[in-house]
Design a protein around this ligand. Structure first.
Ligand code: FES
Length: 96
């Protein structure tokens, strides 16, 4: 799998973002011994179902939400987490 990237290694850039038990998590800041049996890890590769991209991936594609693409998987994972916790975020909350 190539979606999750190692960027800064300091928890700042978000390129390594995954979902751990459904919560946005910086994988570079998550030691393997922090995990427990049965924990659920979802990477960008795990979002598509039956060959169809997740709605957030489709939205990024439709609205050209890409630059070089290196951090895009992390941004998609973060955006999903944001909407899972706040249905109508403000522009500031989205930027943050
Ligand atoms: Fe930058 Fe993890 S690699 S936040």
């Amino acid at each position: 799998m190539t979606g999750t990237k190692f960027g800064c290694g300091k928890g700042l850039c978000g390129a390594c973002t995954i979902h751990l038990n459904g919560i946005e998590t910086r994988s570079c800041q998550t030691p393997i011994d922090f995990l427990e049996e049965g924990d659920e890890i979802t990477t960008i590769e795990g979002l598509s179902k039956n060959g169809k991209m997740h709605q957030m991936q489709e939205s990024f594609k439709k609205h050209h939400g890409l630059q070089c693409g290196f951090c895009t998987p992390g941004m998609v994972m973060s955006a999903i987490d944001l909407l899972n916790h706040k249905k109508n975020p403000s522009d500031k909350e989205i930027r943050d």
